[in-house]
Design a protein around this ligand. Sequence first.
Ligand SMILES: [Zn+2]
Length: 209
Amino acid sequence: MPIREWYLNITELPDFDQSTLDYLQELKPHKAKQWDLKTNQMKAYKASLLEQLLKIQNNRCVYCGTGLRRQLVDREHFAHKDQKGGWPEFMFITENLFAACGYCNRMLKGTKSMIKLYNKNYRDCEFHLIHPYFDTASEEISFVERGVSDAIFVKKITQKGEDTIDFFELDSASATARRAGYITEIAMYNQLSASDAAEVKAISHFRPE
Ligand SMILES: [Zn+2]
């Protein structure tokens, strides 16, 4: 069964216990540097966030959809948190947080603006690109088969879809090859013996289902 939604449509959010939420609340007003606080609560929050995101996203990058490697996973702020030109006030908003691969996050996205029209309520902001939680990605872009291939070729449906394809280079030869490679990896993984599969799981976040 080929993967059709490479650009992930997130429908579930991580949740946190009350003491974590209280801790984040007490830090207000939020400043970018708080993200790197070395407190036990902050470490626990970030560890729990990543663990939940990987589960929700089935260990795939929220933007390109391919498998995430443990050492290259970023906790990614859709609206970036930098103190200058960013939105640290949205830093701990769960709808603003995803897991992304280093390439999509650092090479392509960086601190480019995602907010088209600001509102102090995050969910009422207007965004330039497909929002993984608020938008339904499959209504903006589709992935299609060509000849005997899997659904690795991308096609725009809307303008926002086209802008997202351009921004994340989803139609580049290398992104298409990465999607094809990921499907091949899953096929190989599915042929592993149970003990080999367990070994792969132990050393990697790459756990396709
Ligand atoms: Zn990616």
